[in-house]
Design a protein around this ligand. Structure first.
Ligand SMILES: Nc1ccn([C@@H]2O[C@H](COP(=O)(O)OP(=O)(O)OP(=O)(O)O)[C@@H](O)[C@H]2O)c(=O)n1
Ligand SMILES: O=P(O)(O)OC[C@@H](O)[C@@H](O)[C@@H](O)CO
Length: 560
């Protein structure tokens, strides 16, 4: 399909529609597109209307958030360099990491947010938290950010079983059916350590908050976890200095099921704080102890439901489970004089990745028994379960995308992967009218069959168009607008205006296809084409803003 020519014919083959006059929605067709979409379609559920965009430093289009250097990039980091810290460490056993973390001084021209601890309450976006929790419960407090008042309800569960294959799909179905059959499916929560300073990234902004396509990295990880409907709560551990930034991200991107807890000075301490928030039923807190807890680094954005399901099911059976990957470099052990002592056989070793999952009681007990040394220098949760609870984790092969963003090159890699994934997503948009809904579903089904790796989605737009904000928040870059009833393209126009306001297309070309169905017995072709040629003019106009608009005219014979 040539995007340079805005109106492209497509051929309807096979039986005629069960249409009901012009308004009749065309029935099922075999729809052959003139071109081959290599995109995917994504179902946009009818999200609740969005509250006015939250005032947050991450609002799209803000000078600050458009600044190429991430916010907080002003001013030097406020802590001794990692190498200095490592030099001070005592000799340490294998499997622990040099250096410990002190909270990064958040050097920014922004007023420094209060670092007071937040109590365990489920705050509505924009609500104020109560004062600091009672002393001695440091880190046990959790701030929960629910959907904004009157805002969308619980997050739309992601397309169930999406991306699952074969036995994963069966396992997931079994897991989910326990829930839907009213039997008590194991309750699952997630803990996301996000309290690091990202020293190896080499920028003052902690890497979890570094923008990728103008969206903080952590937001992609949250989005990935939110697509998994059986994860009930997501507890994010952030430092006090970054609590307000994190609140802003949650509000800005409408993340749901999120609770915030104070991070610790090491990753293990952050995780422990997240577990404490889940372990203690606190007044006014809706967090309750899960049966299974998933632990996943906030800087590993490419996590899919299948591996989360695998580790959760394995943890339920074995008490602990973790994703692993083949080593890409050989591991060697140096001797005291800095020479090679021996190298490990790469084939019999694996890299420990995330996500990991545990029976909550197992990992919570392990952290409670954990030595200070392990809390300070340890890097492996599975090892804690083994050492303190004699629980041998089940190891699960993970996908190549589970890597952790650590160095700047990883951020560039993440950006290109995100761009590639976004460019593979297309939303089919239509008005809430029954005819268009039906056509959207038909289109969705057919494209699923026609295109490989299609994540087919479609959804109705509420007239207020406020759902558009949510769609654009999802950073979709391709849209198919279905116009059945009229030859004008009001819905498409609304979308184009919203896209222009969002500046989304500055980052990446956005493709919009306006599909018009025409029953040629009712409307003279010439008259219809006149309308559609408007698209040509409009396409020229929006192309200047990197929005590629083209029209498809579906010309079908109405049944006599
Ligand atoms: N005190 C800490 C340290 C790390 N983390 C989190 O643990 C995850 C993985 O840790 P790592 O990649 O080491 O992050 P940093 O410690 O930030 O990186 P660096 O070692 O380069 O400073 C990250 O999501 C990080 O935010 C945490 O929650 N609390
Ligand atoms: O060691 P880092 O602090 O860079 O990151 C933590 C990782 O070690 C950890 O996520 C995996 O090794 C799995 O435990």
């Amino acid at each position: 399909m040539s995007l340079s020519h805005p109106v492209t014919w497509i051929q309807i083959a096979s039986k005629s529609p069960q249409g009901r006059g012009m308004g009749g929605s065309p029935g099922r067709h075999c729809l052959r597109t003139a071109g081959k979409f290599n995109g995917t379609l994504r179902r946009i559920s009818r999200a609740g209307t969005l509250p006015p965009a939250a005032t947050a430093g991450w609002r799209a289009g803000d000078a600050r958030s458009r600044d190429s250097s991430p916010p907080g990039a002003r001013g030097p980091p406020q802590r001794p360099h990692r190498a200095d810290r490592e030099a001070r460490q005592p000799a340490r056993p294998l499997g622990t990491r040099p250096g410990r973390r002190a909270p990064l001084g958040w050097a920014t021209s922004e007023p420094r947010p209060s670092s007071a601890l937040r109590p365990a309450t489920r705050l509505r976006a924009g609500a104020r938290s109560r004062g600091p929790p009672s002393p001695g419960r440091a880190g046990a407090a959790a701030m929960e950010l629910g959907p904004p008042p009157g805002g969308a309800g619980p997050a739309e569960p992601g397309p169930r079983l999406r991306g699952l294959r074969g036995d994963d799909r069966a396992a997931s179905a079994a897991w989910l059916s326990e829930a839907s059959a009213g039997r008590r499916a194991p309750s699952v929560a997630a803990v996301l350590p996000a309290g690091g300073s990202g020293e190896r990234m080499g920028v003052p902004t902690p890497k979890q908050f570094c923008p990728v396509l103008e969206r903080p990295l952590i937001s992609y990880t949250l989005q990935a976890l939110e697509r998994v409907c059986w994860i009930k709560d997501i507890v994010v551990a952030v430092t006090g200095e970054n609590m307000e930034v994190m609140k802003g991200i949650v509000q800005r991107y409408q993340h749901k099921r999120i609770s915030l807890v104070e991070a610790g000075v090491t990753r293990h301490r952050s995780i422990f704080n997240g577990l404490k928030a889940l372990a203690e039923d606190q007044p006014n807190s809706k967090l309750c102890k899960p049966e299974v807890v998933i632990i996943h680094d906030a800087v590993r954005p490419f996590v899919e439901e299948d591996v989360l399901l695998k580790v959760a099911i394995a943890a339920k059976e074995h008490g602990a489970a973790g994703a692993i990957r083949p080593l890409v470099s050989t591991v060697i052990s140096p001797s005291a004089d800095g020479c090679l002592d021996h190298s490990l056989d790469r084939a019999s070793h694996r890299a420990s990745e995330m996500p990991q999952a545990f029976l909550f009681d197992v990992i919570y007990e392990a952290y409670q028994q954990c030595s200070d040394y392990d809390l300070e220098f340890g890097t492996e949760c599975l090892q804690l379960a083994l050492k303190y609870c004699h629980t041998k984790a089940k190891l699960v092969e993970g996908s190549p995308d589970l890597w952790k963003v650590t160095y700047k090159r990883d951020l560039y890699a993440a950006e290109s992967i995100i761009k590639e994934r976004i460019s593979q997503q297309i939303c089919i948009l239509m008005d809430a009218k029954e005819d268009e809904e039906h056509v959207g579903r038909c289109l969705e089904e057919m494209l699923k069959k026609e295109l490989n790796h299609v994540k087919v989605t479609s959804g109705a737009l509420c007239h207020a168009g406020r759902d558009l904000q949510q769609i654009i928040l999802e950073q979709c870059y391709n849209f198919v607008c279905v116009n059945v009833m009229t030859s004008d393209f009001e819905e498409t126009r609304k979308l184009l205006n919203a896209l222009e306001e969002s500046n989304l297309s500055i980052l990446y070309p956005v493709v919009v296809i306006s599909v018009h169905f025409l029953d040629y017995k009712l409307v003279p072709f010439g008259q219809k084409m006149e309308h559609l040629m408007q698209i040509k003019e409009f396409a020229k106009e929006v192309k200047k803003r990197n929005i590629l608009l083209c029209g498809l005219l579906v010309y079908y014979p109405q049944e006599d």
